[in-house]
Design a protein around this ligand. Structure first.
Ligand code: MN3
Length: 203
């Protein structure tokens, strides 16, 4: 069965007041994410070894295989964007629920230190990529970054609770070249920490 572009869990205008305009979401979801899904389905259609595999299996199967890089990049980007849309909230963006805050304080030294570490990861990822809050295989939270379409499924770092897209297409209309401002705004006003907490508890 072909992979599908998920519907956005909110209207394209929903985050405009929080620093992500309708045009950003329209291009990012309808054009960029759709292109990854279309390309991935094209590769799967032509390669029997990929057919019937889950998205996670395709990512792991093609990771670090130079001849499979186009498949890996598009599969990874599909996985990353599915999470990214869920990682933003028009209602409770930036609100830190109690259990996640306690875990962040215990593992990362507090919310301010977490945001600082996340900003550093997001702004030092050279070129395109992602910053992550991950529940590690050791049960501790950690902040990581990956280039291009890679992600914690590929690196085996653990369960991704939050992923922030730092490709230029995610922020150029709203913040021009100011990636640090995009990251700060996202952490303070857009990030869906309730989603992160729910997935931390489900682990
Ligand atoms: Mn993107």
């Amino acid at each position: 069965m072909a992979f599908e572009l998920p519907t956005l869990p909110y209207a394209k205008t929903a985050l405009a007041g929080q620093g992500m305009c309708e045009e950003t979401l329209e291009l990012h979801h309808d054009k960029h994410h759709q292109a990854y899904v279309t390309a991935l389905n094209g590769f799967v259609e032509k390669d029997a070894s990929l057919q019937g595999k889950s998205l996670e299996e395709i990512i792991q199967l093609t990771n670090n295989k130079p001849d499979m890089a186009p498949v890996f990049n598009n599969a990874g980007q599909h996985w990353n964007h599915v999470l990214f849309w869920e990682n933003m909230s028009p209602n409770n963006g930036g609100k830190m629920p109690a259990a996640l805050e306690a875990k962040i304080t215990s593992d990362l030294g507090g919310v301010d230190k977490f945001k600082e570490a996340f900003k550093t990861a997001a702004t030092t990822q050279f070129g395109s990529g992602w910053a992550w809050l991950v529940l590690g295989t050791d049960g501790k939270l950690k902040v990581t970054k990956t280039p291009n379409g890679s992600n914690p499924v590929a690196t085996g770092d653990g369960r991704a609770l939050l992923g922030l897209d730092v490709w230029e297409h995610s922020y150029y209309l709203d913040f021009r070249n100011r990636r640090p401002d995009y990251v700060t705004n996202w952490l303070d006003k857009i990030a869906n920490y309730e989603y992160a907490e729910a997935h931390m508890k489900a682990a």
